[in-house]
Design a protein around this ligand. Sequence first.
Ligand code: NAD
Ligand code: DAU
Length: 358
Amino acid sequence: MKHVLITGGCGFIGSNFVRHTLEYFPDYRIVNLDKLTYAGNPGNLTDVEKNSNYRFVKGDIVDAALVQRIFAEEQIDTVIHFAAESHVDRSITGPAEFVQTNIMGTFNLLEAAREAWLANGKTGASKDTCRFLHVSTDEVYGSLGETGAFQETTPYDPRSPYSASKASSDHLVSAYFHTYGLPTLITNCSNNYGPYQFPEKLIPLVINNALQGKALPVYGDGKNVRDWLYVVDHCQAILTVLQKGRIGETYNIGGNSEKQNIEIVNLICDILDEKVGLLADGQNRRSLITYVKDRAGHDRRYAIDATKIRTELGWTPKVNFKDGMRKTVEWYLDHKAWIASVTDGSYREYYEKMYGNR
Ligand code: NAD
Ligand code: DAU
């Protein structure tokens, strides 16, 4: 049995990961530590709440005593660290929380693992079987020009407070491997999409607005490029790295599916027109597209070279972009109550602040 601490398991990727792992790996006990920020929703996991291999703890990764207690109580031998402030736009208007959670929270988890696993660690777990897997982002590598792709050896060049805080956490993880021999793994993944993504991110925001006949805000010229990956493919990649990755290594994960933002927005409009019919005024949903003021420091293009994880560990994405997008739109259509529950008063306040004067 593996005793796994998942942080941020009530967020978008974390909740998909918890569900996927409990379904396919009955020998994993999962403790999910989540602070339940605006992005964390225990309702994302109601279907697994009663699973005897699952425990939820509401708490902050910055709380050292709490993290140490969980390590001891649950004999934790594996950490999969998702918890983070994850939205670039929020990092521009309020960076402090990003430094606190993404840097100090990661530091705190590393310290707890070091204390538990190394130097006659308190849990008695063997360093050979323990793993600390840190889930990070391609944004740490900066912005690409027209060609090329990020490799594991690409120098770090973060350009937003979000990516700078993630880069900083990656460096800490790497330092704990080199300095203390902590058995770490780092994954740097491209943009995810799929069920349970909070509607502040491009795809769910556009689906939600398009369903309501509201303007679809496209930053700048709409030609920034992201490399999209279906979230369950990301979860499977993380499990592959956990099970087969070489300790101390970094693995890039990507969908090999580069799209301009405007292509994504057009595609969502077309799928919705087909599935729910045109707008009340007879117009198609592309008529809602509104170009707005660009994001400050907006990275132009991301693309991942996933050769290492493919050739060393045998992972490739399974879901192609068109199928994944159709599945995603269908999920949001089938889960309107979920959207309503996460877009309450505080979401409307956020929306007004971010988009009011754009
Ligand atoms: P998310 O914002 O949807 O979820 C983050 C979760 O972390 C939430 O449940 C939140 O409540 C929790 N959390 C935040 N601060 C916490 C704290 N101090 N203590 C405990 N829990 C806390 O994020 P996501 O999109 O699911 O991303 C998960 C991880 O994957 C992040 O580390 C992110 O950097 C990384 N990542 C995301 C993407 C993407 O496209 N979404 C791509 C690559 C990497
Ligand atoms: O690349 C991985 C990263 O992907 C993760 O590390 C981040 O946690 C995740 O949020 C995501 O970051 P992005 O900034 O790329 O995602 P976002 O959905 O915010 O934006 C995607 C693109 O769409 C980006 O070029 C900005 C643009 N955009 C976004 C929003 C919210 C718009 O044009 N309009 C919008 O309203």
